[in-house]
Write a new protein. Structure first.
Length: 201
């Protein structure tokens, strides 16, 4: 779930849904995909567009010219969709977008044209690529439910800096959150934190 102005954008099993802030409990969305488009797992805001990780369609781009009624303007059917697992997370940093592409890879897109993302490169993942956290040009990515990749995306193409196995400390990698100088890692059995400075720069 993410928000912009008076709108809240929610991921759902039928696709993207939009609610007005302050809506009462159980309120119907102001906007929803009419026919359903499969599970939306994550959404991220750009300056004028909303980017959605759709398990069944890949990377979707919506215009927010009317924030209460987003308009679908582009779909990139990614390799993750074709391999059966689908995309699982999306993150935006300025004119760059990073997409966790299911069982296959992390893909980086250029948003110079915000209505039509274009691929800059990919990095192969493990059994699955399922969560992304960004910090100062470095991406931390959960892969294979067991490890975390560290990727430099500040240059012209993404570069893998390393990979850390997290099975011993937190039993895998499910979610990530950077707060200040620390990176918090949620695993299947524990929550841990690490010093960001050990992986950046």
């Amino acid at each position: 779930m993410t928000e912009s102005g008076a709108s809240i954008f929610a991921a759902s099993e039928r696709g993207l849904a939009t609610f007005a802030k302050g809506s009462p409990d159980a309120a119907a969305p102001l906007f929803a995909e009419a026919n359903g488009t499969g599970t939306v797992r994550s959404a991220a805001l750009g300056e004028s567009h909303l980017y959605v990780a759709s398990a069944s369609r890949g990377l979707e781009t919506y215009s927010l010219a009317d924030p209460l009624s987003p308009a679908l303007v582009d779909v990139v059917t990614t390799a993750g969709v074709q391999s059966d697992d689908g995309t699982s997370d999306v993150a935006v940093d300025g004119d760059l977008l990073l997409l966790a592409d299911g069982r296959l890879r992390l893909e980086v897109f250029d948003l110079t044209n915000p209505a039509k993302p274009s691929s800059l490169g990919v990095i192969a993942g493990g059994d699955s690529v399922n969560a992304i956290e960004l910090s100062n040009g470095t991406a931390f990515v959960c892969v294979g439910n067991a490890a975390m990749m560290v990727i430099d995306y500040s240059g012209p193409s993404p570069t893998k800096l390393g990979e850390i196995n997290l099975n011993a400390s937190v039993s895998g990698c499910i979610g990530l959150k950077a707060v200040g100088d620390h990176l918090y890692v949620a695993g299947a059995r524990a929550l841990d934190f690490d010093d960001l400075g050990a992986h950046i720069g």
